[in-house]
Design a protein around this ligand. Structure first.
Ligand code: ADP
Ligand code: ZN
Ligand code: ZN
Length: 739
């Protein structure tokens, strides 16, 4: 029996869609891709998305089950988002159900209605109603109406019918009757809360600098077609101002703007500026929202009510009624890459989406990713630069501080401490950057050498002294701090190495009169805590700032005039070939927090490798020169962006099984690996994590099309193998971390 067969993406880790018959009593003309469909799946029911309607199925007719019902009258996902999902699914070779799950808010996945809940009308008493009550004759024979009027008279702002239900059971009918007599009136309630209409009077924009004006003009000339712009400008050079001008231009044409930012919760200043400047409704999408808030924001973007949408990574999939521009702020930020499950890169997908839609994409950064720099060199992206800070300030000079053979006080050298004192004496602020939270990364027995090893990982447990616990930052396992060595019973246990908590503890007695703000994931866990700390910094109550990369993002601290990078060595010789790039980006990002026009700042980097060539170039010549040198190294070593990689990861409780899977995978790849290099299987840099052994196989090709061709064939073969249920595996295309 031929007939329409529905191909449905069902939330499942399997690498395929599932075939169903249309739901009973359903007009098949209404079955359009992008609809949510409730289907039986195994013994339960679930919500899938209709991907395509086909004419036949590989399944026997008797094995096909009918879908239960369509949940939407029209597709919840428009054609352009379906096209983006389709592209992502093919490119990343990921199970369709999980890709759709990333693109849809959780409530829609659970079958929630996609209609924006409009708040019920609010009822108020009219002047005629007041008069009627005063006269009271007219109401003598209507006690129920009188009761309702009584209540409304007490509340000038009014009530909705639901609130009045405890007063009179059939409140809606009573209100209708009162309305017919002209004694009450209804007013529309405010629109849903996630779009907040911005300030009534938009703030006056500054006059753009010449560089800003050029950048805006260059992009405005291309609003009708696809072009990627790499907007490179040091912190404070006015990139956000350029975004705002472009958004205004796009809104004036009746289109919407989508802005991606790394972590909105941490950068309230960006949102505040958008709200201040843009008079149109704005929707925000990030993980700090409730499911309901997320859904509302998503739906408002989809219906076009929200003109500007600001969101984190997964917002790249948000439907827009009239998309006009895509902006990716801090485009180099690693958080754009999802590191588990569906490992997509939101910046790269934004570029694809812009291409599919035929609209411009703006990638902004002070320290663009080397991939983007290379794309700009090759002419694929157009580079626009804002070379100077606006308002005449200069970038702070960076000083390399050689700490070899220096006496150190809790990780701080004497010269750095002296500088701190000088700046604090001038009533300025000091920022210390240390990308390691907790007190110390290791607890060591001085008697026998025992280390606070995690039971589940090849990693040490970090000492958190304030909570008196040892915590593994990789699997989350934690336990009380040992007071005696579990091996030899000695009580001589020592904290080795430095974390932010230790730095804070050590600095209190050194600067007893000065307030310290420590900003990391531990100190800001409680809601509102980050805001309090930031407020204390801004009003000068705390003048020493200690923090991890949380502190490096988005904030402006105008009174900070000294930035200390406590330990740059980790980044210089990290296991990953990207670690020096990350370190350079972090250094400049932290440096960017310091000083503004009125108060020049200085940045001091403590290192045991003062002659590291890339560090030298960065410090003496700036990021563009660093990028050129780092790209030359990558090119010589044939590493990305001069090669294209995919990483097949496998993990299992039993190490043999993980390796056996990768060996078999390699054997399958070899005959189809023209133009590819296969590296491994090799153990992951952290071989055991959360009790499982991890290994990987790296595929690398000089030409992207060789890699794609191989992956297309290979992944199908991998899925076709009889599964070893003990092995978990996943493919990471364009991995940014090799562990
Ligand atoms: P970035 O995003 O590159 O860090 P911003 O756009 O935040 O830079 O600009 C830094 C500061 O300078 C902000 O306070 C902003 O309001 C201000 N600013 C931006 N452009 C101008 C301008 N043309 N004239 C004066 N001030 C400006
Ligand atoms: Zn011991
Ligand atoms: Zn662990």
């Amino acid at each position: 029996m031929p007939g329409p067969i529905l191909r449905i993406a069902v939330p499942s880790p399997l690498y395929k869609t599932f075939d169903y018959l249309p739901p009973p009593d359903c007009d098949s003309a209404t079955l359009l891709p992008g609809l949510r469909i409730r289907v039986p799946f195994g013994r339960r029911q679930t919500v899938g998305v209709l991907v395509a309607v086909g004419a036949d199925s590989e399944l026997a007719p008797a094995a096909l089950r009918p879908a239960l019902a369509a949940l939407d009258r029209e597709p919840i996902l428009p054609a352009d988002v379906l096209a983006l999902i389709q592209w992502a699914q093919c490119y990343y070779h990921h199970p369709p159900g999980e890709v759709f799950a990333t693109a849809l808010p959780v409530l829609l996945r659970q079958g929630e209605s996609a209609v924006i809940p409009r708040p019920p009308p609010i009822w108020r008493i009219t002047t005629a109603g007041q008069t009627a009550m005063a006269e009271s004759v007219a109401l003598r024979r209507a006690p129920v109406q009188r009761l309702v009027l009584d209540h409304l008279a007490q509340c000038p702002a009014g009530f909705d019918a639901e609130t009045l239900r405890p007063v009179v059971r059939d409140s809606a009918a009573t209100l209708r009757a009162l309305c017919a007599r002209g004694w009450v009136e209804s007013i529309a309630a405010d629109s849903p809360t996630t779009t907040d209409a911005a300030a009534d009077v938009p703030a006056t924009p500054p006059t753009p600098s010449a560089a800003q004006a050029d950048a805006v003009a260059a992009i405005r000339a291309e609003l009708d077609r696809f072009q990627v712009f790499l907007l490179e400008g040091v912190t404070g050079s006015g990139k956000t101002e350029v975004y705002l001008r472009l958004i205004e231009a796009v809104l004036a044409r009746g289109r919407q703007a989508l802005v991606l930012a790394p972590e909105i919760g941490l950068t309230p200043q960006l949102l505040a500026r958008f709200r201040e400047r843009l008079p149109e409704p704005l929707a925000v999408l990030h993980s700090g929202l409730s499911d309901r808030e997320r859904l509302n924001a998503w739906l408002l973007a989809r219906e076009g009510t929200a003109k500007v949408v600001v969101g984190t990574r997964s917002a790249v999939f948000v439907p827009l009624r009239a998309p006009g521009i895509l902006i990716v702020d801090e485009e180099h930020d690693p958080s754009y890459k999802q590191q588990d499950g569906f490992r997509y890169h939101a910046r790269d997908l934004a570029v694809i989406r812009g291409h599919q839609l035929g609209i411009p994409v703006v990638l902004g950064s002070a320290t663009p990713a080397l991939e983007s720099v290379q794309n700009a060199r090759g002419g694929r992206y157009r580079r626009l630069s804002l070379p100077e800070r606006v308002g005449g300030g200069t970038e702070p000079p960076i000083l390399i501080l050689d700490v070899r053979r220096q006496p150190m006080t809790e990780g701080l050298s004497q010269p750095l401490l002296e500088r701190m004192r000088a700046h604090l004496d001038r009533n300025e602020q000091v920022l210390l950057f240390l990308n390691r939270r907790g007190f110390a990364p290791i607890l060591l027995c001085h008697e026998c050498g025992w280390l606070s090893q995690c039971r589940h990982c090849d990693a040490r447990m970090t000492l958190h002294l304030r909570q008196r616990r040892l915590t593994c930052h990789h699997c989350g396992d934690n336990r009380p701090v040992d007071t005696v060595c579990p091996v030899c019973g000695s009580v001589d246990l020592r904290a080795v190495g430095h974390g932010t908590e230790r730095l804070e503890t050590a600095l209190r007695p050194v600067f007893p009169e000065i307030g310290i703000a420590r900003i990391d994931r531990d100190s800001t866990r409680r809601r509102g805590r980050l805001e309090t700390l930031l407020a204390d910094i801004h009003n000068g109550d705390r003048r020493i700032l200690i923090g991890t990369q949380m502190l490096a993002k988005g904030h402006h601290f105008p009174d900070v005039t000294l930035v200390g990078i406590v330990d740059a060595d980790q980044g210089l010789y990290g296991v990953d070939f990207r670690s020096s790039e990350r370190m350079a980006q972090l250094i400049l990002q932290v440096a960017g927090r310091a000083g503004r026009a009125e108060k020049p700042g200085i940045v001091v980097i403590q290192t045991h490798h003062p002659d590291h060539p890339l560090l030298r170039v960065l410090v003496s010549e700036g990021y563009p020169a660093f990028a050129a040198a780092a790209l030359a190294e990558r090119e010589a070593a044939l590493l990305p962006p001069f090669a294209h990689q995919a990483l097949l990861r496998a993990e299992a409780v039993d190490p043999e099984r993980a390796t056996a899977f990768l060996d078999a995978a390699r054997a399958l790849a070899e005959p189809i690996a023209d133009g590819l290099e296969l590296l491994g299987p090799a153990p992951a840099p952290m071989e055991r994590r959360a009790g499982r052994y991890r290994a990987h196989l790296l595929l690398q090709a000089a030409r992207r099309q060789d890699l794609r061709r191989c992956l297309d064939l290979w992944i199908v073969q991998l899925w076709a193998r009889p599964a070893d249920r003990q092995v978990r595996w996943s493919l990471d295309v364009d991995p940014v971390e090799l562990y």
